[in-house]
Design a protein around this ligand. Structure first.
Ligand code: ATP
Ligand code: MG
Length: 183
């Protein structure tokens, strides 16, 4: 599985609809300071459900919506679609391509879609569990994350290994059913 495409619209510095295509293997994004490179990785984090404003380098969630410039007015919503190549069936669904979309309005309300069908964030989180892509996954290694992994207390490090071993999903399901039993 690999990241095939990213479509960004009204997210941070990307006011117009922007498509970025990636190929299998190593892809590098280069550009001057402030040109939007980190905004691209923020978009990837955000579309898979990042809820932490700090992780997205903002003060409030609304900061992810294009704020306007001299020539362009501010956007009413931000929308990011990430397309995964699933030809190898890393994700156990019968699709060669899986798209994940998040749209957020200034009211703060987010909508999520898998292959253009509206879903809950929970569906995306569960689909990505054990693939390494999710929020707790190891496929996005930001600055500081390496230190986290090296310095982590054994508990934190175990979470990373559990994700790699593919048992996060089962632990999550167990916790969910235990929660149900309590109620
Ligand atoms: P560096 O090389 O310094 O790390 P970079 O290419 O990673 O730079 P980013 O941090 O991705 O740059 O982009 C920063 C730019 O994005 C700034 O110019 C900032 O004004 C702009 N920006 C961030 N949020 C918004 C927003 N909501 N609306 C418009 N522009 C935004
Ligand atoms: Mg940067």
């Amino acid at each position: 599985m690999y990241l095939k495409e990213l479509e960004i619209m009204g997210f941070k510095s990307f006011s117009d609809k922007t498509n970025i295509n990636f190929t299998k293997g190593i892809n590098a994004i280069v550009g001057p300071n402030g040109s939007g490179k980190s905004n691209i990785t923020d978009a990837i984090r955000w579309v898979i459900g990042e809820q932490s404003v700090k992780a997205l380098r903002g003060n409030k969630m609304e900061d992810v919506i294009f704020a306007g410039s001299d020539k362009k007015k501010a956007s009413g919503f931000a929308e990011v679609t990430l397309v995964l190549d699933n030809y190898d069936r890393t994700i156990d669904v019968d699709f060669n391509e899986i798209s994940i979309t998040r749209r957020m309005y200034r009211s703060g309300e987010s909508e999520y879609y898998i292959n253009k069908t509206q879903c809950r964030l929970k569906d995306i989180v569960e689909m990505l569990m054990d693939t390494g892509i999710g929020k707790e996954g190891y496929s996005i290694i930001g600055q500081g994350r390496i230190d986290d992994i090296l310095n982590n207390k054994s508990d934190g490090r175990r979470i990373i290994f559990e994700e790699a071993a593919g048992i996060t999903k089962y632990k999550h399901r167990k916790a969910e059913s235990e929660k149900k039993l309590e109620h």
